[in-house]
Design a protein around this ligand. Structure first.
Ligand SMILES: Cc1cc2nc3c(=O)[nH]c(=O)nc-3n(C[C@H](O)[C@H](O)[C@H](O)COP(=O)(O)OP(=O)(O)OC[C@H]3O[C@@H](n4cnc5c(N)ncnc54)[C@H](O)[C@@H]3O)c2cc1C
Length: 501
């Protein structure tokens, strides 16, 4: 068998690694555009640029493509431990699924009713307004404790257009939610309770402009369904907690409010990468990036190098800050890369062997102010037998659990559930666990912006750095989730095409 140059280099590297040989520098492989990161944003850029006839190489440190789209095969079937939900307004993601022949189905992760456990007590949302524990004031008193963060953040949201969050007219709101609530005269308890249910990292750590961007996008997502089927929207499931009690399965234009990809979400990046063939190189961890006005070179930890007339960097800044970048001075990008905070989420996916809520009579799902955060009980549509469940940790609880090893975290969560719900003892079987802060190629689940950072750098940080363009969900302008990764991949590809035209 004769090997072509690429196969030879690949085989040589693999053999060298197996023999423990020292790292060697190889002649740079050249392309028109080198894309760093094979998540959805990088793959989307690669698709467009390849279609336009450019020579593209995509490198990723992982041994799989997809980044924060990850389907894990478990004894209980495939589980998406990263992104899974596709909204009706995800034009790019839906289009990509169609192009790659992937089937969408209505999400069946219907959450069962939530109970709130706060200050050592079960709180009934319906009687919370008159509960003696309720020290909130005025209208605040009517908002259940597990909804107050989102409700108060939303109440003052003045943004209407998707990119208003970047409009200097709203610069005064680049403050924390706590500061906003203090300015608006909210009670101490409302502010304290908001800390448990506010979106983002926390009420002190996240700019409200960042929270409001997501909220405006969600509002538009909801309107897409309502505009298409107003009568159906009227009769649809009502939200009694932040995540929708039961998913809305009614189809509008052939799509439910939330869809999943049959077989798991990883099918999308896998299909995109398969089409790109050997343009995608895995196990290539970028260690340094050298920029000039005429080209860029990426050096990986195994000594391989990739040079391009242009680079597209999609690495989350939580990872890019570990890469040495040399080139022109770019204080805005450097500030963004080194200081942009990342939120975390950790989740324990379980099988609930028997519906223990039928034994203790409490609501199946729980929102708590304790170390467990939330437990989501997921409907199996028969009421009896095994159900799915998920411990969901965000903000403070996610931060705390990340200090534990996997075994300790699992034991703590199951014990905490049993403490609050003795009937759950022996009913919980672990399917899988994912803590995104501990993922060595992510170090967090999604970007955030601290108070002051929208004004300091968010508007300008996506400008190209010499020949390097930025993509990735953290460079979004208008969308969210997977759709924002696709949006950013398209923007970066178009920027490059404009420069090559
Ligand atoms: C738990 C969770 C649930 C989510 N749920 C949803 C959802 O239901 N719906 C939705 O729309 N969105 C959801 N999202 C968000 C969505 O997953 C992301 O917005 C999107 O996948 C990000 O894509 P990306 O290309 O920007 O980044 P990534 O997917 O993170 O891609 C970056 C790539 O860079 C690689 N990399 C890192 N360091 C290096 C290096 N030094 N050298 C080379 N490569 C490197 C990584 O391996 C990774 O593949 C969720 C995210 C998480 C974490």
């Amino acid at each position: 068998m004769t090997l072509n140059r690429r196969q030879f280099v690949g085989t040589g590297l693999a053999a060298g690694a197996a023999l423990g040989l020292p790292r060697m520098a190889f002649a740079a492989e050249k392309a028109d555009v080198v894309i760093i990161g094979a998540g959805l944003s990088g793959l989307r850029s690669a698709e467009i640029l390849t279609e336009q006839g450019l020579k593209v190489l995509v490198i990723d440190a992982n041994t799989r493509v997809g980044g924060r789209v990850q389907t894990v095969q478990t004894a209980d079937g495939p589980i998406d431990v990263g992104a899974s939900q596709i909204g009706r307004g995800y034009a790019r993601v839906i289009d990509a699924c169609q192009r790659h022949g992937l089937k969408l189905v209505s999400e069946d992760r219907d959450l069962l009713a939530f109970g709130s456990h706060f200050a050592g007590q079960w709180i009934d949302g319906k009687t919370w307004a008159t509960n003696p524990l309720n020290l909130c004031e005025g209208d605040e008193r009517k908002i259940p404790p597990n909804l107050i963060g989102q409700a108060l953040a939303s109440k003052y949201n003045p943004l209407e257009a998707l990119d208003d969050w970047l409009d200097p007219r709203f610069a005064e709101y680049d403050i924390s939610l706590r500061e906003l609530l203090v300015r608006k005269g909210h009670s101490a308890q409302a502010i304290e309770l908001a800390a448990y249910s506010a979106p983002g990292i926390g009420i002190d750590e996240t700019s409200v402009l960042r929270m409001w961007q997501e909220e405006v996008r969600s509002r538009i997502e909801r309107r897409i369904g309502e505009a298409a089927a107003p009568a159906a929207a009227e009769s649809g499931p009502k939200r009694e907690h932040p995540f929708g009690e039961a998913n809305d399965h009614r189809e509008v234009g052939g799509l439910a409010a939330i869809s999943n990809i049959v077989g798991g979400c990883s099918a999308l990046p896998l299909a995109m990468a398969a089409k790109l063939g050997d343009r995608v190189r895995l196990g290539k961890r970028a260690q340094s990036i050298a920029l000039s006005d005429t080209g860029g070179t990426v050096t990986c930890s195994d000594g391989s190098t990739y040079s391009g007339r242009f680079l597209i960097c999609t690495l989350p800044f939580s990872m890019l800050r570990e890469v040495e970048i040399t080139g022109s001075a770019n204080p805005i990008a450097r500030q963004a890369i080194t200081t942009m905070p990342y939120a975390n989420t950790a989740r324990l996916y379980v099988t609930v062997e028997r519906p223990f809520w039928k034994e203790d009579g409490l609501p199946p799902s729980i929102s708590s102010d304790g170390p467990m955060g939330m437990f989501w009980a997921i409907d199996n549509h028969t009421g009896e037998g095994a159900h799915r469940g998920m411990f969901v940790l965000v903000g403070r609880t996610a931060q705390a659990v990340s200090a534990l090893d996997r075994g300790e975290a699992e034991a703590m969560l199951i014990a905490e559930l049993a403490r609050l719900r003795p009937a759950s003892k022996g009913a919980i079987r672990v399917a899988t666990w994912k803590d995104w802060l501990r993922d060595p190629l992510q170090r967090g689940c999604g970007f955030s912006l601290a108070p002051g950072q929208v004004n300091a750098f968010a508007r300008d940080m996506v400008k190209p750095w010499q020949v390097m363009h930025f993509a990735g969900e953290h460079t979004r302008r208008t969308d969210f989730g997977m759709e924002s990764a696709m949006e950013s991949g398209e923007r970066a590809a178009i920027e490059v095409l404009e420069r090559t035209a």
